[in-house]
Structures are given as structure tokens and as C-alpha cells.
Design a protein around this ligand. Structure first.
Ligand code: DP6
Length: 324
């Protein structure tokens, strides 16, 4: 029916990281970010609006979930469409939820697309990105494929804080190997980890003031298809982010021994001449980036690192799309 829609969005991994908000309610980022969208990790989300239902219901991976954070998001869609129907939301991730594999990014991007279509809205890509951002900052990027830039924006209403595609996946094929070092959901989610950062970190101003330079350098090296510089900038952005996390009161440590061993394995591969760099988000998994001809070597090396439970490989993926 016209009141129902299913959409798929892929997860993404930032090469230049977002951390910190300039506004909590609108989820306005304190810094811009640049990401790649992953083909192998995605969320499928079905939204059906029902006249007469008393409240929203949300299932993730077949399990009932507290609808509160989704109701706040769906209210934005309802207000825009001028409807007050409650929704049934069913979402599936083809990867573990809440373990630092960006489920909120793909989940809210798929929800933004499915919910607006189910409500009879046809938003353009920028409007969808602005909407998805209000679910989760990184979700604004998962609407697009390939290389994506999220703009920090300066306006208070968030109308200039959206993501945009930079390069399609096919324009520069790269692979990601994810080394899974812990399957448990993380104990401190991103929103909590970055809340009130300015007051809790002595390094916050340094983090924010270097962001534009890092974004400029990354944009330039992507345009030049300079893999070594892209990789080095991504690895440094990751290390700066984790230095910031660790030095925030209370100190936030997402790494376990296998995380560190995998980082060192990536650097050992590099000493042997393999072009590969790592990045890590708000969790213990290590994501290695390399040109596709080196993926098998990288995956084999990471699979052999003590404490690495599993590996997953992915190419760059497409923009979000409607499934039915
Ligand atoms: C470390 O987008 O999950 O993955 O906006 O509060 O939902 P909220 O946070 P979220 O943060 C992502 C942080 C990161 C870096 C990144 O993806 O840029």
C-alpha cells in the first residue's frame, strides 16, 4: 500500500572522523567528516503507518525494542507529512548491532528513506540527509554511496549540515577488511561518549580547530587518488579521535588487546610493502583499508592475529534505495 515502504541503506566508516556536537537536539556536528560507504554491511527497514494504532512499535532483528528514540524521529516525518498515524518499524542488520559496525548509521538512513516514502513524502537527497542526521549524525552520510562528505554547517537550524557524495564506488575501488575482536554491544555509545565534550576534554579546541585542515587534505588526496595519503590521513584521524576519547573525563577506552594487535599487524604489513591503513570507530573492531588486489593478503594476516574472532571484507557500496 502507499502507507508502507522498505528501504536499504549501507553502513559507512569515516576516514576523517566526526566526534562532538555543536547542538545536541538537532545533532549538529562540531566538525565535518569524510566517509566511505560499505557494500557488505547494510540495514533493511520497513515502515508501515497505521491509522488508529495507539503507539509506534519497533523490531530490530525480530526483537521488540524500546520505540522512544524512534518515535522522536518518526514525529519529524509525521509533522512534515501532516499525518498522525503511528508506525510499525521492522529493521534487520546483516551484521551485529551495537558493536561498532555503524548500525545506527545504516539504520537511521534506511528509516529516513522508508518512513518519508511511507508517509507519502518525496524528499530530495539533501533533505533526506538532514533528516537522517537527526536520528544519528553519521546516518546523514549513509544515504550516499562511495566517498561522502558531511558538512559541519554554521546555521543554527541545521539546514547546511548535510552530507554529499564525492565519488561513486566505481570511480575508485577500495576494499575494507573488518577484524572483529569482540561481539558484545559496546558499553558507551557514541552519543554518550561525545556528550558535553567541550567541558570534559582539555583537547576539544585542538580537535575542532584542526578538522578543516584534515578535511581539505583528505578531499585533495581523494581527488588525486593518492591512496598512501588517504590512508595516512585516515589512520591519523582515527588515532587523534581515540586520543581525544581517552583524554576525556571519564577516559573512554574502546580498545582491547586484540584491537592493538590488529593495528600493529596492519603496520607490519605496511613495513612489508602492502598498502594498508587502519581506522577504528567507537568500538573495538579494526577496519583495514586497501586496494582490492591486496585484500586477500590483509584478510589472511588479520585473521591470524591473536584475539581476532572473525573478519569481514567489503567493497565500497551504493547509495540508499527503496526495495519495494
Ligand atoms: C566514531 O553518528 O553514532 O563513528 O550523532 O550521537 O548518533 P550520534 O553519533 P554517531 O557517531 C559516530 C562517531 C564515529 C565517527 C564517525 O562515524 O564519523
Amino acid at each position: 500500500s502507499t502507507h508502507s515502504c522498505t528501504a536499504r541503506a549501507h553502513s559507512n566508516i569515516a576516514l576523517i572522523k566526526y566526534w562532538g556536537k555543536r547542538d545536541d537536539r538537532l545533532k549538529l556536528p562540531a566538525v565535518g567528516s569524510i566517509s566511505i560507504t560499505l557494500d557488505a554491511l547494510y540495514s533493511d527497514t520497513r515502515v508501515s503507518f497505521f491509522p488508529g494504532a495507539a503507539q509506534d512499535s519497533v523490531d530490530i532483528g525480530g526483537r521488540k525494542t524500546d520505540p522512544a528514540p524512534f518515535t522522536a524521529f518518526l514525529d519529524l516525518v509525521r509533522a512534515r507529512a501532516g499525518i498522525d498515524y503511528r508506525a510499525r518499524v521492522e529493521s534487520w542488520n546483516n551484521f551485529p548491532t551495537g558493536a561498532g559496525l555503524a548500525s545506527s548509521a545504516s539504520g537511521f538512513a534506511a528509516l529516513a528513506l522508508a518512513a518519508t516514502r511511507a508517509a507519502g513524502l518525496d524528499l530530495d537527497a539533501r533533505e533526506l540527509s538532514i533528516l537522517a542526521r537527526q536520528g544519528s549524525g553519521s546516518a546523514a552520510r549513509s544515504l550516499f554511496g562511495g566517498f561522502v562528505e558531511m558538512h559541519r554547517g554554521t546555521r543554527d537550524d541545521g539546514s547546511d549540515a548535510f552530507a554529499e557524495p564525492m565519488l561513486d564506488a566505481a570511480e575508485w575501488p577500495l576494499d575494507i577488511v573488518v577484524a572483529i575482536t569482540d561481539r558484545a554491544p559496546k558499553t558507551v555509545n557514541s552519543s554518550t561518549g561525545m556528550s558535553g565534550l567541550a567541558d570534559r576534554s582539555d583537547y576539544y579546541n585542538a580537535w575542532v580547530s584542526h578538522a578543516d585542515g584534515d578535511l581539505d587534505a583528505m578531499r585533495e588526496s581523494i581527488a588525486a587518488r593518492d591512496f598512501e595519503t588517504v590512508g595516512a590521513l585516515a589512520e591519523m584521524s582515527c588515532l587523534k579521535l581515540h586520543g581525544l576519547m581517552m583524554s576525556t573525563r571519564p577516559g573512554l577506552i574502546y580498545w582491547n588487546p586484540a584491537t592493538v594487535a590488529a593495528m600493529q599487524a596492519v603496520r607490519a604489513l605496511r613495513s612489508d610493502g602492502v598498502p594498508v591503513y587502519f581506522t577504528i570507530d567507537a568500538g573495538p573492531q579494526v577496519k583495514a583499508i586497501c586496494p582490492p588486489e591486496h585484500t586477500a593478503t590483509v584478510e589472511q594476516a588479520l585473521a591470524g592475529v591473536p584475539g581476532v574472532l572473525d573478519t569481514r571484507r567489503s567493497a565500497l557500496g551504493p547509495a540508499a534505495y527503496v526495495l519495494d
